[in-house]
Write a protein that binds this ligand. Structure first.
Ligand code: GRF
Length: 215
């Protein structure tokens, strides 16, 4: 896959998943095409059956099942993730459908280096219980005309960290949660690699809760 050398070596990312890994695939593809100047060092999933692990392996990326089943406690899970972060010199940890809450222990060790993608417009369509399909169902229930994607820093609260990027899709009158999910997911696949590319090119600056993109 594409690997870009900077003065200090390649910009290196890790990805955490729990499921299908279509966002992971978009990141793998855009790295391979050279559109994201980064090297994907490892993928970890808390679910052994996550198809994303298979996607990673097919691309020759080290892929690990790390869960309380394999490692005991959630602290031991995060200790193992952080061991991999250090082993591979990972500079950015990208959550892509990772369904476990990241604890303050890991956040403190990787300040402003953990980001997440959310299939809705935060802060309105997020928080406890508003993840995955629940977001799209709520958007339809409320009769909203737009939905979208948010990429944000991870902090101690669900869906709460500073917002890095946000883009919208229309909600159409005939939409079901499935059709809306597909439209949002297609946008996710565009936006996540673009944001990772900005990180890799050192274009993201955080001041308080405000993110500036110096592109
Ligand atoms: C995406 O919708 C993402 O926003 C959410 O979980 C989903 C993961 O999908 N956090 P995939 O595994 O990347 O296909």
């Amino acid at each position: 896959m594409g690997c870009f050398l900077t003065e200090s070596g390649p910009y290196t990312i890790g990805v955490l998943i729990s499921g299908s890994g279509t966002n992971l695939q978009a990141i793998i593809d855009q790295c391979a095409l050279g559109n994201v100047p980064a090297s994907l060092a490892f993928v970890a999933s808390n679910k052994a059956s996550a198809f994303g692990l298979e996607r990673a392996r097919q691309s020759g990326i080290p892929a690990f099942h790390i869960s309380t089943k394999t490692h005991g406690s959630q602290q031991a899970v995060e200790t193992e993730i952080f061991r991999l972060v250090r082993l591979y010199h990972v500079q950015l940890l990208c959550l892509a459908g990772y369904l476990k809450k990241v604890s303050s222990w890991l956040i403190e060790r990787m300040p402003h280096q953990i980001i997440n993608i959310h299939p809705g417009i935060l802060p309105f369509m997020g928080g406890d219980g508003l993840y995955g399909h629940h977001v799209h169902e709520r958007v339809l229930e409320l009769g909203l005309k737009i939905s979208g994607v948010t990429i944000h820093f991870v902090d101690e609260q669900y869906d709460h960290g500073a917002i890095i990027a946000q883009e919208c899709v229309p909600v159409l009158p005939e939409d079901t949660a499935d059709t809306l999910a597909q439209r949002v997911l297609a946008l996710e696949h565009q936006l996540y690699p673009r944001v990772i590319s900005l990180f890799a090119r050192n274009k993201i600056r955080l001041e308080g809760r405000k993110v500036f993109i110096d592109d």
